[in-house]
Design a protein around this ligand. Structure first.
Ligand SMILES: C[S@@+](CC[C@H](N)C(=O)[O-])C[C@H]1O[C@@H](n2cnc3c(N)ncnc32)[C@H](O)[C@@H]1O
Length: 440
């Protein structure tokens, strides 16, 4: 059943003008990648200052903050800096690795020491021949046969360099340090593979000049070490080093948190059939052995466009049902994907409702999209679904998105991000921040 305060609630979307103070247009890239935020590229990352403002305005020190779609862990880092405990969840193991690395500050002199060890070990292998000095058992493909997808993306020489880096990381004693350097390695993979840098889709460019993986890796790890030092110093200044920020690789529909335990949920959910996170992170997932088969790996990702066969039991929103019906008339397959997306988001909201305290806030950052000529009003649908689950709509903010943060264009027919030249439609020039509160 859809809640009764709904008509008034949805009026909040009518005639909204962008609120300039939420655009953060004045921030430089350096400011948005301060501390550990620049560790790893991640699609549709939060601006840290936006997450921080939502946390500050809707919770207090010591409260528990949850991000059920944490991605690279922006919310968790900001919560820790603001002395809030936090839990983050993502189904993508790559997100889990990145979020773990970003939330663990390492004492800077220890990290310098670990870096020196790595530099030394990698210089021992400066002129590698295949597998020289590498303990092959601990590497992808056991060192005898690389996974065929690894061979597809990397040259033999690069695989050998990556293997040396991996082995040097595996020999580090501390788990936090291994996580830190695995994150650096994960970030390195794309630039040393045949992945076409200008393409938003997984596409090869076989004549791409490939740099030495060890050099790229060490350069990035050194940049990360500066970020770690900044994070460490900020946490020390704020007496926040011991504030827990725990990242899980799990499903947003089964949060590892007690009933009524959280004061705030801050999140930006996945979009329907837009970023295929599973596909985009396949290099890291392959390298670290998290993925055998791409089809299986995609399972569980909300918003996926592949292998959608079943329909959800409940959408929790009349508007969602209308959008699905409109889509059905033009593209039945897409209609099924959209229905599944809304159904799965509804399930995840039910779970957020379970973990939130009465009176707790839920802030969702979401844009509306076009698919097959149909406007997919994610924000309004989510507001309806949440009202039906016992939340009241507190505030809707429209914000402009600085173009440097998100890809700007989508193909109008497929809704997928497109090369700028092919695009006929500007995606997400604005997005909504929907703030709801769990009724007492
Ligand atoms: C828009 S991104 C979040 C980005 C994040 N705010 C940040 O700053 O990096 C949405 C995330 O939802 C994740 N996701 C998709 N389906 C999920 C599920 N069933 N459970 C948990 N996370 C999921 C994706 O892997 C992706 O990382």
């Amino acid at each position: 059943m859809v809640g009764s305060g709904l008509a008034r609630g949805l009026d909040s979307f009518e005639g909204l003008l962008p609120e300039p103070s939420w655009a953060f247009l004045e921030l430089t890239q350096k400011q948005t990648s301060y501390a550990t935020h620049g560790y790893h590229r991640y699609p549709a990352k939060f601006i840290p200052q936006l997450a921080a403002r939502l946390i500050r305005e809707h919770s207090s020190e010591g409260n528990l903050v949850i991000d059920p779609f944490m991605g690279s862990g922006t919310t968790l880092v900001e919560a820790k800096l603001l002395r809030r405990r936090s839990i983050g969840v993502d189904i993508n193991p790559v997100a889990h690795l990145v979020a773990q690395a970003k939330t663990q500050a390492i004492e800077p002199t220890r990290l310098t020491h670990a870096m020196e060890q790595l530099v030394e070990r990698l210089s021992e292998h400066a002129q590698p021949s295949l597998f020289t000095g590498v303990e092959t058992q601990s590497l992808p493909g056991n060192g005898t046969e690389w996974h065929e997808r690894l061979r597809y993306w990397f040259s033999e020489a690069t695989l050998c360099q990556l293997a040396q880096i991996q082995q040097a990381i595996n020999r580090l004693e501390s788990e936090a340090e291994r996580t830190f350097f695995n994150c650096a390695l994960s970030h390195t993979l794309k630039s040393v593979s045949y992945w076409h840098d200008r393409s938003v889709k997984p596409m090869r460019k076989l004549d791409k000049p490939i740099p030495d993986a060890r050099r790229v890796f060490l350069r990035h790890a050194k940049r990360m070490a500066h970020g770690n030092r900044e994070f460490w110093n900020l946490l020390c200044e704020r007496d926040a080093l011991d504030i827990p920020a725990v990242a899980y690789c799990a499903d947003a529909r089964q949060l590892p948190a007690e009933d009524l335990s959280a004061s705030l949920v801050v999140t930006s959910p996945p979009y329907v059939t837009s970023y295929e996170y599973a596909d985009l992170h396949q290099l890291s997932a392959l390298w670290f052995g998290w993925m055998g088969d791409l089809r299986e790996f995609r399972e569980g990702f909300i918003g996926r466009s592949n292998g959608v066969h079943s329909l959800p039991a409940e959408l929790g929103s009349h508007r969602a049902a209308r959008i699905v019906a409109q889509m059905e008339a033009v593209n039945p397959r897409k209609a099924r994907e959209v229905a599944l997306y809304f159904g799965e988001m509804y399930d995840s909201f039910r779970e957020m409702q379970r973990v939130l305290k009465r009176g707790g806030y839920l802030c969702i950052v979401i844009g509306n999209t076009h698919l097959c000529g149909v406007e997919v009003q994610n924000a309004q649908v989510f507001a309806e679904q949440l009202e039906s689950l016992g939340f009241s709509l507190e505030r809707v903010i429209l914000r402009e998105i600085p173009s440097k943060i998100l890809p700007r264009t989508r193909d109008k027919t497929t809704g997928k991000f497109a090369r700028t030249l092919d695009a006929d439609y500007v995606a997400y020039p604005t997005e909504y921040i929907v703030v709801v509160r769990k009724r007492a």
